[in-house]
Design a protein around this ligand. Sequence first.
Ligand code: CA
Length: 721
Amino acid sequence: MKSAGEIKALLTISMCVCFGLVQVPLWAEIAGVHIINADNEPGSWLTHARTYAEERYSPLNEIDADNVSRLGLAWYFDTNSSRGLEASPLLIDGVIYTTLAWSHVHALDARTGSHIWHFDPKVPKAWGSKACCDVVNRGVAAWGERLFVGTIDGRLIALDRNSGAVIWEKLTIDPELPYTITGAPRVIKGKVLIGNGGAEYGVRGYLSAYSVDDGTLLWRFYTVPGDPSKPFESKAMQMAAATWHGQWWEVGGGGTVWDSMAYDPDLDLLYFGVGNGSPWNRHIRSPGGGDNLFLSSVVAVTPDNGEYVWHYQTTPGDSWDYTATQHIILADLPIDGTVRKVLMQAPKNGFFYVLDRSTGELLSAEKYTRVNWASHVDLQSGRPVETEQADHSETGKLTQPMPLGGHNWQPMAFNRDTGLVYIPAMESTASYSTDRSFTYLKGHWNTGQSSGDAESTGALSPALMAALTQTLLRGRLIAWDPVQQREAWRVEHSGMWNGGVLTTAGNLVFQGSGDGRLVAYRADSGELLWQTVTRTGVIAPPISYRLDGEQYVAVMAGWGGAAPLVISQASSVNGKNGRLLVYKLGGRKRLPENPTEALKPMPPKEPGSPESVARGGALYGLYCARCHGARAVSGGLLADLRYMQPGVRQLFKEIVLGGIFNDKGMISFADVLNEGDVAAIQDYLNERSRALLEYESSPEWWQAVQTWFFKQALRVAGLFL
Ligand code: CA
């Protein structure tokens, strides 16, 4: 018995067959055939990266390299959100569906921007403390007349696409554990696929498939083994358990599936990327060694039942947060004279991988950014060859890339015409060291790394590391030839944290930047052709669609995500109001100017003792720095505590211990801090505030410090010459 909707969809398809129509009309419902044949409907954007191959390539060419200079703002939508916007919107039947921070969903008329409906899943704000990398959401999936969204507190919700009404809702996680969902679901063969995040806190990763009809759980693929005294969930888990040692399951093991998926309908294989271990440090996580499958791997399964088919592990025994959750792209490429069905990924570890997607065989792997943890990937064994710089078990090491990776979640794009992959890449260095006193604290940061202001790293002082992170982080757009495995061109950015990428048949590449611009480049040469001011940093990938013969480019603009939480390399624009920005040729709309902030640091007159300031700094590094920034220098996302005003200072104890800002996402730390600790942290913040007021606000001071630290770093590390 088929539902009315299914019959309507079938009618649509058979009409197309009968009349030989080129386009599959979308007045009916989204079904697999629409997404598989997405090129028949190039004006729409039906799934996360437009196609199941996740190319982020638009076949539209009305906007091209010759006329893109006439691009202008058609309309914009104020989201009233001040947190990171990472969503890739969908475009179906003239309507844009997008998501904001805190998992809100909006539907807007794609021609005019007029608002149609809004869905607020009412996530408790305190759940934000479990999100490593901002309370972001990367978008919805569509199937039938339904949309699917994962919420930051672990629910999967089916909405009516026309009204935004809830059809069903499922809790996909154990609410006692610090899981979060930030990724966009995908729908394949009537199954909604959703993973989760949380590996920095201590969880066990998995990917789940739910029925689109009623949310029944159809299968679940765990990525790391559980307690081996209990039965394994699958043969894959039995195989994986042989690569682990110790009591990894007590912390969780990690391996969360928090972003990437792709699907090949001919091979009928679903691919997904697996994240880092819990805790990060392999000497703590799995004493005795082992590859720790399926951490940092690409895994292929059968979508009907979630059965394991193959895997490729990019970073065996990961110890650096080198997730393989980065964007996966499928393409058919000529390799050594033969067209191969490949899978491409540029994971955090700095190598660009080309795999045979039928078998998982490694075809090639080369460095796309500065890498010193491995010299190369051995093509025979498929394994990286680690260097001395990788091992921080005895002494701290300066390792490249840093935990944010050579490439993070920001999607890359593959242009079918140029054959190039455009990577929003980063170059970075971090000091890694083993936390010898690691004890698992349920619900808290559990990476097994000593970091931030907490203590000396063994290699470098915290102050030097802070300056290093200011000085040695680079962001760039790289055009990568995946066949030759080499860079074709690059564009340097002013900061490390920039937007995802769109490429089009108009020989164009679009990317937003952390410094608040949307830019169009020539896809074949990298020449800058057009740019516009976005009034906030852009991290999301643009999409493109066509209505009434007009092509549009749309992007969510809203600064945030992992980097600005912890690194003070803020976007140079102070705009916090996130927006959906939509452009077309001849668009003439203008964005309002940003309001200017007038706060000044106001430290109290009485400083704390040097001992208290030092102790407060260590505690700050442990518990506060990962949201409010190393050395209390905020990246512009959450409060810069150096600017704390007297009224807030009076309430400091109530905020940190009493939890009075719980509903804003600032939870109580009473389980790990006492009143003396809080007083010490306040002394440290007062000292940081005084330093800012007295000398650090001078640009000359910063420049002098950075130059000095840079020279020291060159001498100490001997890495960069
Ligand atoms: Ca991670």
